[in-house]
Ligand binder design. Structure first.
Ligand code: ADP
Length: 855
């Protein structure tokens, strides 16, 4: 069946069903309209009944005339309504008739009521009332019945209306459902057929659209879509045959288009290239006339293409030799003649249209057609002013570099990794007495050392290995000089060492100076070491930079200490420090005492310039502790000597002057003269001791060698001194025959000094005893007293010059000279001297003399 037929059936069913529904609806509508009219009438009937009731009540209550007229109208209206009302069922009509009857009954009863009222005067009131009440009740009853019938009628009419509505709705719904059920299979069937066929067609279209013209859509049945599929398959077949020839044609067209576009692009590219090319380009025809110029060519020649076009190229491209000024033949003619590419000679200048010149570099080439014919020439040239300048500058720099290289007085070479000399300077060539050109390519160790391999520690080898600079010093016997050779790496772009720059310095003079310096330094060090004086170098911030061994031995290692810590145990700068003056360039000498050792130094400070230009302080400490002491002693001694000499002199002078007075009794004069003599003796003794000491110090002490009887010598001295103190008992315990070979005067002086001291230092008197004994070839003579004695500590100082034990001697006069002289004299005799003493108990001074002299 055709789809259109199916669709037609599918359309009829709803139309038929619509007609059924419409008819039903019209019928229902009419019935409903009638029923609604009846219902309205019934409603009005009921309302009229109510109105009549109202009127009746109104009359019953007031018995006025107006209700009477109203009742008549109400009665007429209700009767009219009843007549107008058309009802369907019997029951309804019966009810309506009842209502009509009751209406009539009400009319009658109302007329009776009116009559009863109108005749009230004619009847008794009871009669009137009875009739009235009976009529009223009857009216109420009738009225009630009429209203009840009307209400019942209304409900019957409403029920009919509801029933009719329900029926109509059911009918319409049934018709719709029926129509839907009847048309659905048709529609489903039709949809399936259309969809399936159209899907097949659509798939076919997309397959064909993708280029597969061999696809055939399924043709099933004889409906319209099958016809469409058939037409579609025919169209595909036609398309296939048309496409075959069209594709070929399109391919050809596409090819040509591409070829044209590529040609166009190529032409554009070449045109752009020629126009924008940095080089100037002039093309000529076969006759050598200008055919094309690019922008750069226009700029350089000063000609525009329009001006130059067709002119002989020599006119436009006018070139001369820069140096000779001669016109150079344009290469165009040669190129066209030979068909070969050719370039210009060096130093070519292009003479521009305005006469100015530009150095150029150019080349010419023939233009050859596809057939191999020369159809013209093309000139390519460029402005080389900048390049020329750069070249000149490079040349200039190279010259400068060479000049500099050759001006360096140290021999320099550039060597490759194989020790070959790449380049050497003049100094190098001169040093090895060869020409620079001869040296290039030779191995450096052959040239310098005459060896076949490099020397041990060769700096070039080291730099090649480490990539770092290297320096070595050596003596080259072939050249008879010391050389300091240093090498620096030459690196390529990747940081690889490709060779070295080798600088050799003749350091013979420096070496000699260094050796001399070394010697001097050794001498100086030796000197500083052997010096008793201290030598030190102190920095500006008072740091001890150097201390010689003498000072180090005295004060210990420096250990980074400052001078004030080292010498004086101070934590801050010594207040007497004059550093500022010294570092201002002044040399200073001053006496300084070390707090640490108590030693006194004469210190010389002088500024010392260091190699780096800074200043240090050179300090020399000369120990003057002894000298100072001697000086102090000397000062004291001079005072003492003057005093000690003046005393006997005063005595002598006074005694002599007094003795010379006239009339002086002789015994008094004798006493005076004895005093003078004693003073003179004392004076003689002091002067004698002084003389002995000075002789000893001047090394001029000469001893007499004679036999000396010690006992006699002691006796003589005792004789001289016995008058000194009556409180002392001078005892000579020396054997009679004891004698030595000695200087008698000196032995007597020794004895004199010792016995005199024994007397002096035993102020309470007592025995002064001289003994002599022999021990080991020596005669030991002792002088003992019972005096103040000497402590062990003081004994150590006894024999020093001018040393007096003031603490003990108190007011006892003396020079501190006697014991020193004794000792010197004893030692001059080859003996020695010592003391044995105990404080407060007395002392014994001993001296020994050789019994037999060994010559
Ligand atoms: P001087 O007697 O003139 O002072 P000396 O050289 O004779 O000088 O003596 C040095 C010191 O030795 C004396 O000052 C004294 O203190 C001490 N001295 C010398 N002899 C004795 C002694 N016998 N007893 C005690 N002290 C003595």
């Amino acid at each position: 069946m055709k789809i259109s037929t199916v669709l037609r059936f599918g359309t009829y069913i709803p139309v038929f069903m619509a007609l059924v529904v419409l008819t039903t609806l019209v019928f229902s509508y009419r019935q409903m309209a009638e029923m609604h009219t009846a219902a309205d009438n019934v409603l009005q009937i009921r309302n009229s009944i109510n109105d009549i009731n109202q009127i009746v009540f109104s009359y019953i209550l007031y018995h006025e005339d107006r209700p009477k007229t109203q009742f008549a109208a109400g009665y007429e209206k209700l009767a009219g309504l009843i007549d107008d009302t058309q009802l369907n069922s019997e029951e309804q009509r019966s009810l309506l008739e009842n209502i009509g009857r009751n209406n009539d009954a009400i009319k009658t009863q109302f007329a009776q009521l009116v009559l009863n009222y109108d005749i009230r005067d004619t009847v008794s009131s009871a009669e009137f009332q009875r009739t009235e009440t009976a009529l009223e009740n009857s009216l109420m009853q009738t009225s009630y019945e009429a209203d009840t019938d009307a209400a019942h009628l209304r409900s019957l009419v409403d029920a009919v209306i509801r029933d009719t509505q329900t029926k109509t709705t059911g009918l319409v719904a049934g018709a719709v459902i029926l129509a839907t059920l009847a048309s659905t299979p048709f529609l489903a069937f039709t949809r399936r057929r259309i969809t399936k066929s159209l899907t097949g067609l659509s798939q076919g279209a997309s397959v064909i659209g993708s280029g597969n013209l061999d696809f055939i859509v399924e043709e099933k049945g004889d409906d319209e879509i099958t016809q469409l599929s058939r037409a579609f398959n025919r169209m595909t077949a036609d398309l296939k045959s048309v496409t075959a020839s069209k594709t070929e044609l399109e391919k050809e067209i596409e090819k040509r288009k591409q070829a044209e576009e590529s040609l166009k692009k190529s032409e554009q590219r070449w045109a752009t290239t020629l126009a924008s090319i940095g080089d100037a380009v002039i093309a000529t025809d076969k006759a050598g006339n200008t055919a094309f110029m690019n922008a750069e060519a226009e700029l350089l020649t000063g000609w525009t293409l329009r001006e130059a076009s067709g002119r002989p190229v020599e006119e436009v491209f006018h070139v001369v030799n820069e140096q000779t000024r001669q016109v150079i033949e344009s290469p165009v003619a040669k190129v066209i003649r030979t068909g070969q590419v050719c370039g210009l000679a060096n130093h070519t200048s292009l003479v521009r249209k305005d006469g100015t010149e530009i150095p150029i570099d150019d080349s010419g080439a023939p233009i050859i057609s596809e057939g191999g014919d020369i159809t013209g020439a093309v000139l390519v040239f460029r402005d080389i002013s900048r390049r020329r300048k750069v070249e000149d500058r490079v040349r200039q720099l190279a010259d400068q570099w060479q000049l500099t290289f050759d001006s360096i007085t140290d021999p320099i070479s550039i060597q490759d990794k194989d020790f070959k000399l790449v380049r050497v300077n003049k100094a190098y060539a001169d040093a090895v007495r060869m020409k620079e050109a001869e040296l290039t390519g030779r191995k450096c160790y052959e040239v310098i050392h005459g060896l076949t391999c490099h020397i041990a520690g060769c700096p070039h080898q080291k730099t090649l290995e480490t990539g770092k600079s290297s320096t070595v010093e050596f003596f080259e016997p072939r050249l008879g000089i010391y050389i300091e050779a240093s090498t620096s790496p030459i690196l390529d772009k990747n940081g690889e060492v490709t060779g070295t720059v080798h600088i050799a310095k003749n350091i013979t003079a420096r070496k000699k100076v260094a050796a001399a310096l070394q010697t001097e330094r050794a001498k100086l060090t030796g000197l500083l070491k052997s010096m008793e004086d201290g030598v030190g170098i102190i920095s500006a911030d008072l740091q001890l930079e150097y201390i010689n061994p003498a000072m180090e031995a005295e004060y210990g290692p420096v250990a980074g200490r400052k001078c004030y810590e080292y010498f004086n145990n101070r934590s801050d700068v010594c207040p007497w420090c004059r550093n500022d003056e010294i570092f201002a360039g002044k040399s200073i000498r001053s006496d300084v005492q070390s707090i640490k050792t108590g030693k006194i130094y004469e210190v010389t400070y002088a500024p010392l310039k260091n190699e780096d230009g800074t200043l240090s302080k050179l300090t020399v400490w000369h120990d003057i502790t002894e000298r100072k002491k001697v000086e102090e002693l000397k000062d004291g001694f001079i005072g003492m000597v003057s005093h000690e000499l003046r005393t006997p002199l005063t005595i002598i002078t006074g005694a002599v002057h007094t003795a010379l007075l006239e009339g002086l009794p002789p015994d008094e004069r004798d006493v005076l003269l004895k005093d003078a003599a004693a003073g003179a003796e004392s004076l003689e003794n002091i002067l004698g001791n002084l003389l002995e000491l000075s002789r000893y110090q001047a090394n001029r002490l000469v001893l007499a060698n004679e036999p000396v009887n010690i006992r006699k010598a002691v006796d003589e001295v005792v004789e001289q001194l016995k008058g000194k103190s009556p409180a002392h008992r001078l005892k000579n315990h020396v054997g009679e025959r004891i004698s030595v070979v000695a200087d008698k005067v000196r032995i007597e002086r020794i004895l004199h000094n010792l016995i005199e001291n024994a007397i002096k230092y035993s102020p309470d008197g007592g025995d002064v005893t001289v003994t002599a004994s022999q021990e080991d070839g020596f005669l030991v003579i002792g002088v003992s007293d019972q005096g103040i004695g000497i402590s062990l500590a003081d004994q150590a100082r006894l024999f020093l010059p001018f040393e007096r034990l003031e603490r003990l001697t108190g007011g006892i006069k003396g020079l501190g000279l006697g014991l020193v002289v004794c000792r010197r004299l004893v030692e001059a005799h080859g003996g020695r001297m010592w003391v044995e003493s105990e404080e407060g108990k007395g002392s014994t001074f001993y001296f020994s003399l050789q019994l037999e002299k060994k010559d």
